[in-house]
Design a protein around this ligand. Structure first.
Ligand code: ZN
Length: 299
C-alpha cells in the first residue's frame, strides 16, 4: 500500500492501466478506508498485522481479520470487484451515466444485478445537504411520468411531482437539487427548502400560492409571474434536460425509484466543473458511508 499514487481523473485508458485486477481494487479501497489510520471495527484498537489475505488487516489485540471491503458499499457485491469499480467509473464519468440495460450488456450481468448495484451508487450520490444553495435561487415544480400537464397541487397515479431549486450565479447557472414530493403544498415544499436552500437566499418562484407560507422562514422569497416559463429561462432549460434524460432511462426504471435518478443526475450536474475528482470522491463515499440494502420488495 502507498506504493503508487491514488487514481484520480476520468481518463479510461489510465483507469484501465491502474485497475487490472480485483487486488488492485482492494488496494485502492484499503488506502481510502484506512487513510486516517486503522481502527479495529470490533475493539477499536489501532495496531494491526497482515491479515489472511493481501490488503486485509488483523487486529493485534482481538485478532479480528478485516478485508478492505468489509462495512463498505463494495461488501458482498455479487460480481468481481474489478467489474464493480468499472461500473462506478462509467456511471460517474459518462455524461449521461449508463442505464441498467447498457450496464447489463457491457458487463454481461443480469439487469437486476446491475440495478441493485446502481441503486447503491445512487445512494452514495445523495447530497450531504451540507451546502445549501445561496444567492439567487429559482424554484419550480414539474410532473414526470405523464406526457400531459396535470392540475397543480396533486400527484396521482403514475405521474410524480418533482420540485427543483436552481442557483443563479454571475455567469449563468450554479448548482441544482430536485426532490420527489407528494403535492405542491407548502408542507411538502418545506423539507426540500430546509435541506437545500439557505435561509438568506433570494428565492424566486412563480405565483403559485403553495410557496407563500415559506416567506416566514425565507424572508427574501419573491414571487413573480411565470409568463409560461418565459420569466424562468434557465429553470425551463434545466427541467427540459432533466426530463429528456429521465425519458431515456424511463422504461428501465420504475417511478418509485425516481428519487435515485434525480440524485444521480444532480450529482453529475453539480460537479460538471470539477469532473476530474468525481470518481475518487464517489468511491470514497461508497467506502465511508454505511452499507445500504435495497428495500426487500426490490430484491
Ligand atoms: Zn480488535
Amino acid at each position: 500500500m502507498g506504493n503508487r499514487d491514488k487514481f484520480t481523473g476520468m481518463n479510461s485508458i489510465k483507469f484501465n492501466q491502474y485497475f487490472k485486477t480485483d487486488e488492485d481494487c482492494r488496494a485502492y479501497i484499503a488506502d481510502i478506508k484506512w487513510e486516517q489510520g486503522y481502527h479495529c471495527k470490533k475493539c477499536g484498537n489501532t495496531k494491526y498485522i497482515k491479515g489472511s489475505r493481501l490488503y486485509n488487516r488483523r487486529c493485534l489485540k482481538c485478532k479480528k481479520d478485516e478485508s478492505p471491503t468489509a462495512g463498505t458499499m463494495f461488501d458482498k457485491v455479487k460480481f468481481p470487484l474489478l467489474t464493480a469499480m468499472n461500473i462506478v467509473f462509467k456511471i460517474v464519468t459518462k455524461k449521461k451515466g449508463m442505464s441498467t440495460l447498457e450496464l447489463s450488456r457491457e458487463f454481461e450481468l443480469r439487469q437486476k444485478t446491475c440495478w441493485s448495484f446502481k441503486w447503491k451508487i445512487q445512494q452514495a450520490m445523495q447530497s450531504s445537504k451540507q451546502n445549501p444553495l445561496k444567492g439567487e435561487v429559482h424554484v419550480d415544480e414539474f410532473y414526470i411520468g405523464h406526457p400531459e400537464e396535470q392540475k397543480r397541487g396533486r400527484s396521482k397515479g403514475e405521474k410524480r411531482l418533482v420540485v427543483v431549486a436552481l442557483e443563479k450565479v454571475q455567469d449563468g447557472v450554479g448548482r441544482a437539487y430536485a426532490q420527489v414530493i407528494e403535492s405542491a403544498s407548502s408542507q411538502d415544499f418545506k423539507p426540500f427548502f430546509n435541506n437545500y436552500i439557505d435561509m438568506n437566499a433570494v428565492v424566486i418562484t412563480d405565483e403559485w400560492r403553495g410557496y407563500l407560507p415559506l416567506k416566514k422562514e425565507y424572508p427574501n422569497l419573491k414571487q413573480i409571474p411565470s409568463n409560461e416559463g418565459k420569466n424562468f429561462p434557465d429553470m425551463h432549460i434545466h427541467i427540459m434536460n432533466l426530463k429528456g434524460w429521465l425519458r431515456g432511462i424511463h422504461h428501465h426504471c420504475s417511478e418509485e425509484h425516481l428519487q435515485g435518478y434525480l440524485d444521480e443526475y444532480h450529482y453529475r450536474y453539480n460537479r460538471r466543473n470539477s469532473m476530474s475528482s468525481m470518481f475518487d470522491l464517489l468511491v470514497k463515499k461508497m467506502i465511508v458511508n454505511e452499507p445500504v440494502r435495497l428495500p426487500k420488495k426490490d430484491n
